[in-house]
Design a protein around this ligand. Structure first.
Ligand code: ZN
Length: 140
């Protein structure tokens, strides 16, 4: 069974270790003579990549025939975009907390400052957006 880092390293040139759970390799997305792509195995087996020449992660994985989803471990029983949904749900909880605090203030008879009011409206809009994204068909 191959994990995301193995999957990626197997497709890169001039791979060399660069510390625990870290590697350097030539970036496949630009003309790279000496390795400028950093690869790190993060918690949960996710592969983090960074090109010091500034290529974006999507271009780097596309150059070796992978997608951003391939940087994440596939766990049985979990949809491919499990991590994306976790991130969206965490953001949703945060915005709900912001709104709850604002409502508690109002309930206690405190007048929100203009900044707090703006932040609460922003939270309301973000909650709508996040819920929309969470209900999108599962794809990456
Ligand atoms: Zn690059």
């Amino acid at each position: 069974m191959s994990n995301p880092v193995e999957r990626l390293l197997g497709r890169l040139e001039k791979v060399r270790p660069n510390g625990p759970h870290r590697w350097m390799a030539c970036c496949p997305a630009h003309k790279d003579g000496s390795p400028s792509l950093s690869i790190k195995e993060a918690e949960g087996g996710r592969a983090l990549i960074h090109c010091f020449a500034g290529c974006n992660a999507g271009d780097v994985v596309a150059a070796v025939g992978l997608t951003l989803a391939d940087l994440f471990p596939r766990q049985p029983g979990r949809p491919r975009n499990h991590w994306r949904n976790e991130r969206l749900r965490a953001a949703l909880r945060h915005e709900q907390d912001v709104l709850t605090v604002a409502l508690a203030d109002l309930d206690a008879g405190r007048t929100p400052s203009p900044e707090d009011a703006q932040r609460a409206f922003a939270a309301r809009r973000r909650i709508d957006k996040l819920q929309e994204r969470l209900s999108e068909p599962q794809r990456l």
